[in-house]
Design a protein around this ligand. Structure first.
Ligand code: HEM
Length: 363
């Protein structure tokens, strides 16, 4: 318990904290908390930028405070962006690459928030101004997600850094093969999480990310309408009064509209998602299945009864997810711009000057 408190910041403290105080909180938090956490994967470390870009974490935090004090709902977009980055090809910033055939064009990514991508680009520019060519976009995505959770009221935790950016992105079928859909049941969800080394507890804890943010009717209309006829057909695991409101939000099977994922505290990172599960008031089949399935029901009940337990498990699972298939060392690159890979370093062997330039550039 004592260890846990070291890396928790209450919502009040996180929102009220002036940016300058970040550094002292940061030092206290990092001081000994890392000893209680799992060793980072090879190539990442708790102190990665300590000499090369010591201000990176405070720059990210300060920018996130600016953005989220203007609009706290953006926290959800940044948390989801990190999940979608890590589950497809690893946490390598591949989701950020802007291309007509990039990951952003795959169905599950169409509802990623454009503003989340803008925030990452803005932070990158601020970080570049302080230490050019040092910090990867993949690390910035991980830091922005971590800070979003803390500023929205969830746990703050040390983050191992040193991820590098991918040179390429995954194709659409790879995105679909790695991101589960909202109509999945627990068995199907396991088939996405297990190969990545994420167990049942990780699955239920990480899904607690749905304590903030919004969902489109199209993501839960399978619980309201018959998919072939479009006629009303209410999922038996939906609370009656909650379903009534969902029909108001999505009056037909083709309505384009959104609603909050957490009906109780939509913008606060807390354990109310699990309270909603017990009350049958969550949007997605995938969410509700955690309570109906006997393999996960007790995990839900424990997180519902104990927010500290959920916070502790959430940060442990985020640390696991945030280190999936990372590129490190000399793999990948440090992008100049998050939305594009760096200009090609290839050069003509007929042009020795270009070769010199290219060689020094690649250092
Ligand atoms: C377990 C499998 C998961 C499924 C099936 C799933 C599915 C979805 C879907 C369908 C949406 C709404 C998209 C829309 O309709 O616009 C959504 C939103 C969201 N998801 Fe998940 N998700 C899963 C896991 C996660 C994880 C692991 C996290 C983070 C740790 C996460 C964080 C979020 C957040 C924060 C939002 C709200 C985004 C916003 O408001 O912009 N999800 N998810």
């Amino acid at each position: 318990m004592r260890d846990r408190r070291m890396y928790y910041i209450s919502k009040k403290k996180a929102i009220m904290t002036p940016a300058t105080v970040f550094v002292s909180i940061f030092v206290i938090v990092y001081g000994s908390a890392v000893n209680a956490l799992p060793t980072p994967v090879a190539g990442l470390s708790w102190t990665f930028y300590n000499t090369t870009c010591p201000s990176v974490e405070s720059i990210v935090w300060q920018r996130m405070e600016v953005y989220l004090s203007a609009d706290i709902t953006q926290a959800a977009g940044l948390l989801r962006l990190h999940f979608h980055d890590c589950f497809v090809q690893g946490c390598d910033g591949s989701v950020l690459l802007n291309s007509t055939s990039g990951e952003q064009t795959a169905a599950p990514n169409l509802s990623l928030r454009a503003q989340a991508l803008k925030i990452i680009n803005d932070i990158k520019q601020n970080v570049e101004a302080a230490c050019s060519g040092i910090v990867s976009c993949a690390d910035i995505v991980a830091l922005a997600a971590r800070d979003s959770v803390a500023i929205a009221g969830g746990p703050f935790y040390p983050l191992p850094l040193g991820r590098r950016d991918s040179l390429t992105f995954a194709n659409q079928s790879t995105v679909l093969a790695n991101l589960p859909g909202p109509t999945s049941n627990v068995t199907e969800l396991i088939s996405f999480f297990d190969p990545k080394g994420l167990n049942l507890t990780d699955l239920v804890a990480l899904s607690g990310g749905h304590t903030i943010g919004r969902g489109n009717c199209s993501s839960f209309d399978n619980r309201l309408y018959n998919s072939t006829t479009g006629a009303q057909m209410q999922d038996a695991t939906l609370d009656q009064s909650f379903a009534k409101n969902l029909y108001l939000t999505c009056p037909t099977s083709t309505t384009v509209n959104t609603t909050n994922l957490d009906i109780l505290t939509p913008n606060l990172f807390d354990n109310k998602y699990y309270v909603n599960l017990l009350n049958k008031k969550t949007l997605f089949t995938s969410d509700q299945s955690f309570y109906t399935d006997t393999r996960t029901q007790n995990i839900v009940i424990n997180f519902e009864a104990n927010q500290s337990l959920f916070f502790h498990q959430f940060l442990l699972s985020m640390l696991k997810m945030g280190q999936l298939d990372v590129l490190t060392g000399s793999q990948g690159e440090i992008r100049n711009n998050c939305w594009a890979s760096n200009p090609s370093r290839s050069y003509s062997i007929l042009d020795p000057e270009a070769s010199q330039e290219s060689a020094s550039y690649s250092m």
